[in-house]
Structure formats: structure tokens, C-alpha cells
Unconditional design. Structure first.
Length: 231
């Protein structure tokens, strides 16, 4: 935890008044369980709170940013922004992964690089920041680390390959589209998935990703490109 206070102040202009809640935000359940006699709090409750304030702030931002987008499009965009892989990426960008307190077993198994842990950590930090400094502080922080990527259109561009592919095919009649995992590789904390997309039981494309959802998106993207070349 050394250096975290200084980093938050220098990089984001954040100063925590309640040091205890900041430490809790960076404490994984595995660490708390290994030090059970010390009755250390872990970050799951803060994660719950952080998830709620994140959803609210991003929803409000998207509602104002895209006045002509339908509710369904806004929901899909929000889900891409707050998905596990995105939040883990934001934790790494902020270098939060260097400061999380993990149990020895979790540390040895690669927990410091695991998307689920880092995504939860990012939400827990938001929950702690909300309690310590209020919603405006959370909005300011997200404005520094998250909103710029939305402004660049990063999430809009990767929004809906699966839906776009489905709409393209269904415009030509009823078809059966299925995504199947054909290969999993790598250690448990850093798996890679290979997915194929089938149209009426015929394989048309494949994709690889660090999660099943990302692999499905890649497969749908490749399928779209293949269909466009044929037309």
C-alpha cells in the first residue's frame, strides 16, 4: 500500500480523508481470510457500492452524450464500458494492480493479473471514493480515466458485432446462429478462448479472446468482414 496515497494525489488529484476505507478497497477476500484473527475487512461491500455509482454516472453521461440513441443502444454501449475486461484495464491503467492486498495463495496463482479481481478492485475503489468524498469526486475521477476513451468512440466501435451480424443475416430470412467454444488454453488466471460461429450448423468464422464474450465478438467481426467480401 506504500505510495498509493502519493500516486492518487499526483496522478488524479485525489486525497483520501479516511485511510481505513481506502485500505479496505484494496483488500481482497483472500487476504482477509488469511488474516482472519485480525478481523480485516475486504472490499466486496465497496465493490457493490462502486458498481451502482458507476452504472449511474455512465448512464447519465451516455444519456446526455447521445440524445438520439435508443434505450437499447445506450444499454449495449454501457455494458461494453463497464464490462469486466474494461474495468480490469482501467485498474491496470491506474496501476491499482500494484497495490491490491492478496492472500499468498491468490498471489501465487496469478491473482494480481486476473481480470475478475482487478475489475472488482476498480469498482471497490469507486465505492470508497464515493463514501470518502462524494459523487462529484467519482465523476471527476471517471472523467480522467474512463470518459476520454468513450469520447474517442472506442466502445462505440466495438459495440455490436454480434448484433450487427445477426441483423445482416436475418434481413435475408430466418437463420440459426450459434457460437461454440472449441478451444481453451493458458493457465486458469489468464485463459484464452477460441470460438467458432455457425450459421445453420455450418462454420463461417472463428475468433480468439481473453473471455468467451470477447472471442464471440471477434468471431462475429470476422464473419461480418467475410460476408461483406462476398457481396
Amino acid at each position: 500500500m506504500r505510495g498509493l496515497d502519493k500516486k492518487l494525489k499526483n496522478d488524479f488529484g485525489i486525497v483520501f480523508h479516511n485511510k481505513k476505507i481506502l485500505k479496505t478497497a484494496f483488500t481482497h477476500t483472500s487476504y482477509a481470510n488469511e488474516h482472519r484473527l485480525l478481523k480485516i475487512s475486504h472490499n466486496e461491500r465497496l465493490e457493490f457500492l462502486g458498481d451502482a455509482v458507476l452504472q449511474m454516472i455512465i448512464s447519465h453521461y451516455l444519456f446526455r452524450k447521445y440524445p438520439k440513441k435508443a434505450e437499447g443502444d445506450l444499454s449495449k454501449m454501457r455494458s461494453m464500458i463497464v464490462r469486466e475486461e474494461s474495468l480490469a484495464g482501467f485498474s491496470r491503467f491506474c496501476e491499482f494492480d500494484k497495490y491490491i492486498r492478496l492472500g499468498k495463495g491468490e498471489e501465487k496463482s496469478g491473482g494480481r493479473n486476473r481480470d475478475t479481481i482487478l475489475g472488482d478492485l476498480f469498482e471497490a475503489f469507486l465505492g470508497a471514493l464515493l463514501l470518502d468524498s462524494g459523487v462529484e469526486a467519482v465523476e471527476s475521477f471517471l472523467g480522467q480515466v474512463m470518459i476520454p476513451l468513450v469520447e474517442e468512440g472506442k466502445f462505440e466501435r466495438v459495440l455490436d458485432y454480434k448484433t450487427n451480424f445477426q441483423e445482416l443475416l436475418q434481413s435475408q430470412g430466418d437463420v440459426l446462429i450459434d457460437y461454440q467454444v472449441v478451444k481453451e488454453s493458458g493457465p486458469a488466471h489468464a485463459k484464452t478462448f477460441e470460438v467458432v460461429v455457425l450459421v445453420d450448423n455450418k462454420e463461417v468464422s472463428s475468433g480468439v479472446g481473453k473471455s468467451k464474450k470477447l472471442a464471440e465478438q471477434e468471431a462475429a467481426k470476422n464473419a461480418l468482414e467475410a460476408f461483406k467480401k462476398r457481396s
